[in-house]
Write a protein that binds this ligand. Sequence first.
Ligand SMILES: [Fe+2]
Length: 438
Amino acid sequence: MRGSYAPVTEEVEAFDLRVVGALPDGLNGTHVRNGANPKHGPTSHWFAGDGMLHGLRVSDGRAEWYRNRWVRTKALDGVNRMDMSTGTFDRTVGLANTHVVRHAGRILALEEGSFPNEVSPELDTIGPCDFDGRLRTPFTAHPHTCPETGEMHFFGYELVQAPFVTYHVVDRDGTLVHTQPIEVGGPTMVHDFAISRNYAIFLDLPLVFDLDLAISGGMPFEWRPSYGARIGLLRRDGSGAAPRWFDVPLCYVFHIMNAWDDGADGRYVWLDAGRHASMWDGGPHKFEPSLMHRWRFDLHTGEVHEETFDDVSHAFPRIDDRRAGLSNRFGWAVAPRDPSDTSMEAPTGIVKYDLATGSRTFHDFGATSLSGEPVFVPRSTDAGEDDGYLVTYVLDKATESSTFVVLDAADMSSPPLAVVPLPQRVPLGFHGSWFADE
Ligand SMILES: [Fe+2]
């Protein structure tokens, strides 16, 4: 809760903000980012604060408004999600602090232990969303929408009783149409998963839930190498009742960059993600760096080939979401300005990976700035893969001030196209989205 992570205490709004540079023609929509912003004092971990949304609306070259709003969850009112006497969880209670996505007209603030909380385009809370009673499990903070079918694929994970992982699909119209238990070895933290054209890809990794840690009130997961590590490929067409599992060397993954396969009769499935050699080994504040890593699963031989392809740590990898589940050439992530600086407040910029050439380029926001997650916005619906913009919030820790920044996604070396100074500091947070005007 210190420095760049310190919460803000006020909900503010401002209209017609000053723009340095020019907001691009055709960039009409709202950038919304979620993060942990505890309202009632210190929490046990960065991940445990109340969700707060920061929105910046752009319309016809104007920065129309900025506002920040806590998600009005039951947790914000002090309701505990776990009934200690029965060991059961109330899925309508959650922090709603991790991500915010839009699907079939609904904007959902997400946190992986509960149902989504729906919010309005102006960031007012509507309430928990259980898809007309069809959702009976928590909802991950990282759903993935298939650009070919419009379906939103997601999962939920449970900690007390099996099935510990359940896979779901919501169709393009917002109806939950498929729910399928996934058998895993026990209750673990499963932060993200992936889809390819033909598979849903599950990570079964050794960050294991521990009830004693939960009762003590701390982060209830421990690194347990004896659990093993494996990655499972489940056919999306329903032809397999269970994933085909591939054992892999011990690791942890918070964030997928993308996955893809060779097509209907393909031999290989690829997965690119940030790989940690371990997670919270020795306590919930011990991190190994996240290094960009590629797994290749051979469906003929059952073999896995894997390699790390960047030696600089990164956070929050993103792609052009129109390539989700399809092969992508480009990816972007937050990376340190000085690769040797591993402190929590290391100045950061945005790295761009060109997976075709193996090159990486870097946008530097300056010696005291920390970048938020880069969200890609295509210039138009039929624009090429990196033909568009990156939008994010950037925090200058020297001045304790924040800006909304628009970069040319194709040209990382140029200065920002537009910078919008914000009326208050936006603390470092988690994930966000661009909601284009429809
Ligand atoms: Fe995440």
